[in-house]
Design a protein around this ligand. Structure first.
Ligand SMILES: NC(=O)c1ccc[n+]([C@@H]2O[C@H](COP(=O)([O-])OP(=O)(O)OC[C@H]3O[C@@H](n4cnc5c(N)ncnc54)[C@H](O)[C@@H]3O)[C@@H](O)[C@H]2O)c1
Length: 507
C-alpha cells in the first residue's frame, strides 16, 4: 500500500471540509524558522493537561524545538492531586510568582510573543472561545476533544481557523494511529463493497458513578477558584454566553470538579466519549456529516444529582447510504466489537501484539432466508496498523504531527477542525435528539440541526421503487461488484399489473 497516496486520498475525501491548505508565511504573526523554538501556553491545566505538559516537556528534552512557556488556570491547584495553576507552573519550570507567565485569565497570554501555540484543555464550554481568541491572536491551536460544546461553536472554530489561517489539531489521539486511514483506503478501493453499517462503543463501569472519581478537595473553594471565569457567562461565541450565571449555578465543588456530569458544560458520554470513536470511525468509513441522527438512553442507575445519562446510543444515518451506531453504558463495561460492515466483508478492529489493526472477515452472499449466525469462529486476514499506542503514544504522535504542521505552516494535521466539527456534530445531534425527544436532521446549508420528519424514509423508498443505484462513501473508487443485487429470474414475474396486463407475460 502506498501510504502517502492513502493519506492524500484520505484528505481529498475530506473535501467535505478539510481544506488542507499550506499557509502563506505572511499569515503568521511571527514567522517560525526551522530552528525557532515553538512556545506553548497551556490553558486549563487540570487532569488531561498534565499529559500534554508531559509530552511537550518530552519534545523539549528530545530537542524538537518546543518549550512550555506559560500556564493558565482559574484554580490555584493542589500538589497532592497533581493539578491546577501553581503545581503545573512548577512542572513547566515557571515560578509561581511569575505573574506574566502564570495567570488566571487566559487573555493575558494571548499578547505574548513567546507564545506560538495554545493548548486548550479547559472544560468543553471554554474550548471554542479560547481556540478562536488564540487564532485571532496569531496562535496555532491544539484543542482537546470534544472540539466545542455546541455545533454552532464548532463551526465558528472552523471558520476562525480558516479566517486567521491557523494550524489546529483537535485532540482525538486515536487519529494519530494510521489504522483508520488504512481502513479508509481499503474501503474506498471497493474491497468490502458497499459500506452498510458500522458500530463502535465506549463501555465503562465505575462504582462511584461515572466521573465522580475526579476528587474534590477542601481547597477547591471560592477564594482559590475564579468561579465567574469557570462559568464563563461573561464571555460569548457569536452572542451566546458560554455558561450559566452564578445565580443559576452557585459555587459547588462537585460542579467545578465533576463538570462532565452537567449539561451546561458538556454533553455527557455522547460528546465526551463517543466523539473519540466517532472521529476515527467516520474517517475510516469515508463519511463526514450525518443526514439524520437519533439519540437514545437515560439515567437508569446513577441517581446522584447528575444531568447526563448512564446508558446511551446514537444512531447516525448518512446520505452515502450507511449507518453508524455508537453505544455505551457507564454501568456495565461488556463491550461490543468495533466493526465496519460492507456488502462483501466486515472490518473488525482489534489489537494483536499490542497493535491495532483490522481483521477482514469475508461475507458469503446467501440465497435464502437465514437465522442470525454466530460470529464465533469467523477468521480472516489481519492487517496491522503497525502503531503501538501504549502509554499515550498516540497523544505524543499527535503532538509531533501538530508541531511539524505548525513549523511547516500546514493546516493538514492528523485531526483537523473540519473532521472534528463533523464528528462533534454527529454526537451533539445525539444529545439534541435525546433531550428533545426528536429525530434530528442535519441542515448542511445552515450548518445546524433541524427537527426531522418522514422525508428520510420516503427518499429511500423512492430510490427503491425507481430501482436506483446505491450511493457510495466519499472517495469510493471500487467497482460495482460490491453494490449489486442478483435478482433471480422469477423476479421478472413481479411488478404492477397495468390494465390487467401480466408484467411476466414474456418470461
Ligand atoms: N483526549 C483525551 O483522552 C482526554 C482525556 C481527558 C480529558 N480530555 C478533555 O480535556 C478537557 C479537560 O478535561 P480534564 O479531565 O482535564 O478536566 P479538569 O477539570 O481536570 O481540568 C480542567 C481545568 O480547566 C480549568 N479551567 C476551567 N475553566 C477555566 C478557564 N476559564 N480558564 C482557565 N482554566 C479553566 C479548571 O480549573 C481545571 O483545572 C476536557 O475537554 C476533556 O474532554 C481529553
Amino acid at each position: 500500500m502506498n501510504s502517502e497516496l492513502g493519506r492524500r486520498d484520505f484528505m481529498k475525501a475530506a473535501a467535505v471540509g478539510a481544506a488542507a491548505a499550506t499557509l502563506p508565511a505572511s499569515s503568521y504573526g511571527k514567522v517560525l524558522g526551522a530552528n525557532d523554538r515553538i512556545g506553548v501556553a497551556f490553558l486549563g491545566v487540570g487532569g488531561r493537561c498534565q499529559a500534554h505538559i508531559g509530552h511537550v516537556l518530552r519534545l523539549q528534552k528530545e530537542n524538537k524545538g518546543v518549550a512550555p512557556v506559560a500556564v493558565c488556570d482559574i484554580w490555584d491547584g493542589n500538589k497532592e492531586v497533581g493539578r491546577g495553576l501553581y503545581y503545573s507552573a512548577e512542572r513547566c519550570g515557571l515560578k509561581a510568582d511569575d505573574a506574566a507567565h502564570v495567570v488566571k485569565d487566559y487573555r493575558k497570554l494571548l499578547d505574548m510573543k513567546e507564545v506560538d501555540v495554545v493548548c486548550v484543555a479547559s472544560p468543553d464550554h471554554w474550548h471554542a472561545k479560547m481556540s478562536i481568541d488564540g487564532a485571532a491572536a496569531g496562535k496555532d491551536v491544539y484543542c482537546e476533544k470534544p472540539m466545542t460544546r455546541t455545533i454552532e461553536e464548532a463551526h465558528a472554530v472552523v471558520d476562525a481557523m480558516k479566517k486567521y489561517n491557523r494550524v489546529m489539531t483537535v485532540g482525538v489521539q486515536s487519529m494519530a494511529n494510521p489504522v483508520w486511514r488504512m481502513a479508509y483506503e481499503y474501503i474506498t478501493e471497493g474491497k468490502i463493497g458497499h459500506v452498510a453499517q458500522a458500530q463502535t462503543q465506549y463501555y465503562r463501569n465505575s462504582s462511584m458513578g461515572q466521573w465522580r472519581y475526579y476528587k474534590l478537595t477542601k481547597d477547591m473553594n471560592p477564594s482559590t477558584i475564579d468561579w465567574d471565569m469557570f462559568l464563563g457567562y461573561k464571555f460569548n461565541v457569536n452572542g451566546v454566553p458560554l455558561g450559566p450565571t452564578p445565580d443559576k449555578m452557585p459555587f459547588d465543588r462537585a460542579v467545578y470538579g465533576q463538570w462532565r456530569c452537567y449539561w451546561p458544560f458538556g454533553g455527557g458520554m455522547f460528546t465526551d466519549l463517543f466523539v473519540h470513536q466517532t472521529t476515527h470511525m467516520i474517517a475510516a468509513m469515508g463519511v463526514r456529516y450525518p443526514a439524520r441522527v437519533i439519540g437514545g438512553g437515560g439515567i437508569y442507575l446513577e441517581y446522584d444529582g447528575r444531568d447526563v445519562p448512564d446508558v446511551a446510543t446514537v444512531v447516525a444515518d448518512y446520505d452515502e447510504g450507511c449507518q453508524l451506531i455508537i453505544t455505551a453504558t457507564m454501568i456495565n463495561d461488556h463491550i461490543i466489537d468495533e466493526v465496519i460492515r460492507g456488502r462483501l466483508a466486515t472490518l473488525k478492529f482489534d489489537r494483536r501484539d499490542g497493535k491495532l489493526g483490522f481483521e477482514v472477515l469475508p461475507q458469503k452472499l446467501g440465497g435464502g432466508p437465514a437465522v442470525p449466525k454466530s460470529a464465533a469462529g469467523e477468521k480472516g486476514e489481519f492487517i496491522s496498523g503497525g502503531f503501538t499506542d501504549a502509554k499515550d503514544a498516540d497523544t505524543y504522535a499527535l503532538w509531533e504531527n501538530f508541531i511539524t504542521c505548525v513549523r511547516g505552516k500546514n493546516r493538514d494535521t492528523l485531526s483537523t477542525p473540519e473532521l472534528g466539527a463533523a464528528a462533534f456534530t454527529t454526537v451533539n445531534l445525539g444529545v439534541q435528539s435525546y433531550r428533545k425527544g426528536e429525530v434530528m436532521f442535519w441542515d448542511k446549508e445552515q450548518r445546524r440541526g433541524a427537527s426531522g420528519n418522514g422525508s428520510w424514509a420516503a427518499h429511500w423508498e423512492k430510490r427503491s421503487k425507481d430501482h436506483g443505484k446505491p450511493n457510495e462513501v466519499i472517495g469510493y473508487h471500487g467497482d460495482a461488484k460490491g453494490s449489486e443485487l442478483f435478482p433471480p429470474d422469477y423476479q421478472k414475474l413481479g411488478g404492477p399489473w397495468v390494465n390487467g396486463k401480466d408484467p411476466g407475460e414474456k418470461v
